[in-house]
Design a protein around this ligand. Structure first.
Ligand SMILES: Nc1ncnc2c1ncn2[C@@H]1O[C@H](COP(=O)(O)OP(=O)(O)OP(=O)(O)O)[C@@H](O)[C@H]1O
Ligand SMILES: [Mg+2]
Length: 467
């Protein structure tokens, strides 16, 4: 199918010669002399690319570009600027133009830029399609995963979303607690109602009470107006209480009452307000332990614990990493000018080995970082954040040609692998034991014992290396 190009320029000679050239090159062309008409045409027809002059009567090219990006964001735009007005080109690129040419330019130069722009558009569209395919195949409302652990999470979400059950979501930082809460709300009957969030972390009793239940005018100094609380705002929808473990004990009683009776008063108020709200809570902590330690009310714990969803840390479901990497690549590649569409085996190896204390959020940031630093269309280890690369184990370390041997001494082989890893860690950290125990994820004392066992020290590291 022919790509459709819209030319907008008030200079007739330029318009005609461009049109001729594009038709000769096999494009379907519409050419106009002003931007207003351009917008009208764009409302009823889809164009793959727009080539426009900056200086136009009435609406200028930059304004035109902004409007195009609002109504047809997929259309790529190439701007023509006059010689000596580079600032226009800079503004245009910031506003989302794909590229620019400076007059006078050769038609060949413009053709090359146009081809590149159209290629970019195809890659972006393809990525979007692939992202949607990943989501429909392995996803649940923007959550990706194909590991057994994540499939189980999706099953629970499906089972509870249509009921009004209170749900407690437990997981380390960045494991997707908020995303899960959203998935429950947006697939429930309440999806058209509000989804109201509140993080209870580090809020004292007074602030938290007024945030949750609102206050009447004059309830305390500074309460100059009546204010509705989150429970009132969430009426007909869902309230998501994050870091619920951090609620002060005296506020826990009040929360318990709302959960039991669905009734509360605004601070300083007397009328009991009743709301229809579904409650979802999240915590990074082990609430049960907190109950045993006296930091959390037992009765409230049982109220919240009707259904619990444990989100597994990423390091316990590494089989999801390639899928997530792919998904985030598609997500971020379309925001960049340079279309990054693949990742090298080595880089994927680094990502698969890392221990991900920040879980999926950290992985997502790593991919965004890599795409920004990538200078080709493939992510290489050098493009990844440095702390990740430092930790990767040397690939090929355990590459024993199993097909060529009949038996091996397991203990000896494992010891040899352990020794190699210790040497590797030693060299990587110049023998810094704190760092070594970090990257090997073992306690310092264990590390020291192993260094002694394998006789690894500054003086004989060379000999060990050669052994
Ligand atoms: N299964 C998943 N698939 C795709 N993206 C995910 C998944 N889980 C989390 N994310 C993404 O990771 C980031 C962190 O997720 P989210 O904010 O839900 O985590 P969290 O557990 O609430 O973190 P925190 O404890 O720091 O509040 C978000 O950008 C989210 O979109
Ligand atoms: Mg969160």
């Amino acid at each position: 199918m022919k790509s459709k190009i819209l030319i907008v320029d008030d200079e007739k000679l330029m318009r005609v010669s461009l049109e001729d050239k594009l038709i000769k090159e096999g494009y379907a062309v519409t050419s106009l002399s002003n931007a207003m008409e351009g917008l009208r045409v764009l409302q009823s027809e889809n164009f793959d690319a727009v080539i426009t002059d900056v200086r136009l009567p009435k609406m200028d090219g930059i304004e035109f570009l902004r409007e195009i990006k609002k109504t047809s964001p997929d259309t790529v735009v190439i701007i023509m600027t006059a010689y000596g007005s580079i600032e226009n080109a800079v503004i245009a690129m910031k506003e989302g133009a794909y590229d620019y040419v400076t007059k006078p330019f050769s038609l060949e130069e413009l053709m090359i830029k146009l081809q590149k722009a159209l290629k970019h558009k195809d890659v972006v569209a393809e990525n979007l399609l692939l992202k949607q395919q990943i989501l429909s195949q392995y996803g649940h409302h923007n959550m990706i995963g194909k590991s057994a652990a994540m499939k189980y999470v999706f099953e629970i979400i499906n089972a509870v979303s249509h009921r009004d059950t209170t749900v407690l979501i437990q997981g380390e930082s960045g494991t997707g607690k908020e995303l899960t809460a959203g998935a429950i709300h947006y697939t429930s009957n309440r999806k058209d109602g509000p989804f109201i969030k509140l993080s209870c972390a580090a809020l004292n009793k007074e602030i938290l009470e007024s945030e949750l239940f609102g206050h009447e005018k004059g309830a305390f100094t500074g309460a100059v107006k009546m204010r509705r609380g989150r429970f009132e705002l969430a009426d007909g929808g869902t309230i998501f209480l994050d870091d619920v473990d951090d609620i002060p004990l005296e506020m826990q009683v009040k929360l318990l009452r709302v959960l039991q009776e669905r009734e509360f008063e605004r601070v300083g108020g007397e009328d009991a307000l009743s709301v229809n709200v579904r409650v979802i809570c999240a915590t990074k902590k082990d609430l049960k332990k907190l109950v045993q330690e006296g930091g959390f009310r037992e009765d409230l714990y049982y109220r919240l614990h009707v259904v619990i969803i444990h989100l597994p840390p990423l390091r316990e479901r590494r089989e999801d990493i390639p899928l997530l990497v792919n998904y985030f690549m598609k997500k971020y590649a379309s925001q960049q000018r340079f279309a990054v569409h693949s990742i090298s085996q080595e880089a994927l190896h680094v990502l698969s080995e890392y221990h991900w204390p920040g879980n999926i959020r950290e992985l997502e940031n790593a991919i965004e970082h890599a795409i920004a630093f990538c200078t080709t269309d493939m992510i290489m280890p050098k493009d990844l954040p440095e702390n990740l690369r430092e930790e990767a184990t040397p690939s090929g370390l355990f590459s024993i040609e199993l097909s060529t041997i009949d038996s091996l001494d397991l203990q000896e082989t494992l010891s040899e692998a352990e020794r190699k890893l210790l040497v590797w860690a030693y060299q990587k950290t110049s023998g810094n034991q704190v760092r070594m125990s970090e990257i090997l994820r073992i306690p310092r004392t264990t590390l020291q014992n192993k260094l002694v066992k394998y006789n690894i020290s500054k003086t004989n590291i060379r000999a060990t290396e050669q052994a």
